[in-house]
Design a protein around this ligand. Structure first.
Ligand code: PAF
Length: 282
C-alpha cells in the first residue's frame, strides 16, 4: 500500500489506466469506514485500485466545533487500511490541500443543504462539497463510496456530482452498527461509559418513529415531537428528529404519505459534549 501526502505523488502513483474507487474519510477509522473500503473493492474488482483519503477538513467545522480535538490517528488508520487491501492512502496536510485561503467554494442549494444538518451547522455542506470536489480533482476516481450514516451528505454530494456532470459513480454504503444498534462513528470515542450505554437510545428512538409511521400514524409533527420529548427526558439535547422523503429530504405531504412515498427518519442530538447523528429508512 502506498501512503502519499502530496498531490504530485498521488498523481504519480495513480498514473495508468486501472479504474479507481475512492473512499474519502477524515480518519480515525472504524469498521464503518472499512466496510466502505470493502464495497469500493467489490465494485472496482481486483484489477482496480482502491484509494482512501484521510483529511480533517477545517472548512466543514464551525469555530466552536471539534476540529481541534477530532482524533488524528494516521498510523493506526494506515494499518487498518492495509489489512483491508486498500492500495493508496492520500493523507495531505492543510498546506497541501489549502495552500492559499480557499476563496472558491462549491455552494450546494439551500433547499437541500440549509435544512436538517445545515440548519444547525451553517456552511457545513459548503465545506464538505468544496473539499470533496477538490479531492475528486486530485484522485480522479471513476467511483466514490459514501456511507448512508451521513444521509444528507450523501444526497448533497450526489446532487453535486449530477449537476456538475462529474464522471463519477456515487455508491452508497449501509450504516455499520455496534451489536446494540449504535451507528458507528468516530465521535463515539468521545463518549464516557455512561454516555455510551445511553447512546443506543438514539437508534432505538428512530425504530420507534419508524414503527409509528409504518403503523399508519400520519401525524408526523406529533411523532417527531414525542421523539424529541423522549430524548430530552433521557438527558439528550436534540437538534432535530424529522421524517422526510428519501428522494429530496423534504417534508412529505398527505398525497405522498397516502401513495407510500419512501421515507427516512433522521435525527441529531447532543449527549454531554458529543453530537451524534443517525437515520433509518422507513
Ligand atoms: O464524511 C466525512 O468523513 C467527511 O465529511 C468527508 C466526506 C470525508 C469530507 O471531509
Amino acid at each position: 500500500m502506498n501512503v502519499v501526502h502530496s498531490i504530485r505523488d498521488l498523481r504519480a502513483v495513480l498514473a495508468g489506466r486501472a479504474p479507481i474507487a475512492f473512499v474519502p474519510t477524515m480518519g480515525n477509522l472504524h469498521e464503518g469506514h472499512l466496510a466502505l473500503v470493502d464495497l469500493a473493492r467489490q465494485r472496482c474488482g481486483t484489477g482496480g485500485r482502491v484509494v482512501a483519503s484521510i483529511f480533517v477538513n477545517r472548512l466543514q467545522f464551525a469555530p466552536h466545533e471539534d476540529f481541534d480535538r477530532y482524533p488524528r490517528t494516521l498510523e493506526a488508520d494506515c494499518r487498518l487500511l492495509e489489512a483491508r487491501g486498500c492500495d493508496v492512502v492520500f493523507a495531505p496536510d492543510e498546506a497541501e490541500l489549502y495552500p492559499e485561503p480557499q476563496g472558491y467554494k462549491v455552494v450546494p442549494p439551500p433547499e437541500l443543504a440549509d435544512i436538517l444538518e445545515g440548519a444547525f451547522r451553517p456552511g457545513f455542506f459548503t465545506g464538505v462539497c468544496t473539499v470533496v470536489m477538490k479531492l475528486f480533482q486530485c484522485v480522479r476516481p471513476q467511483l466514490a463510496v459514501f456511507g448512508k450514516k451521513d444521509y444528507q451528505q450523501l444526497m448533497v454530494l450526489r446532487g453535486m456530482v449530477r449537476q456538475f456532470a462529474l464522471p463519477i459513480d456515487v455508491v452508497a454504503g449501509e450504516t455499520s452498527r455496534a451489536d446494540d444498534g449504535l451507528a458507528l462513528s468516530s465521535r463515539n470515542g468521545y463518549l464516557d461509559d455512561a454516555e455510551r450505554a445511553e447512546a443506543v437510545n438514539l437508534s432505538r428512538m428512530l425504530h420507534t418513529v419508524r414503527g409509528h409511521v409504518r403503523g399508519g400514524d400520519c401525524e408526523l409533527d406529533a411523532v417527531e415531537r414525542r421523539a424529541l420529548e423522549v430524548l430530552r427526558e433521557r438527558g439528550w439535547a436534540p437538534d432535530y428528529v424529522a421524517v422526510r422523503c428519501r428522494h429530496d429530504l423534504q417534508v412529505p405531504d398527505a398525497a405522498q404519505l397516502a401513495a407510500g412515498e419512501p421515507l427516512v427518519a433522521l435525527a441529531a442530538a447532543k449527549l454531554g459534549r458529543t453530537r451524534l447523528i443517525d437515520n433509518l429508512e422507513i
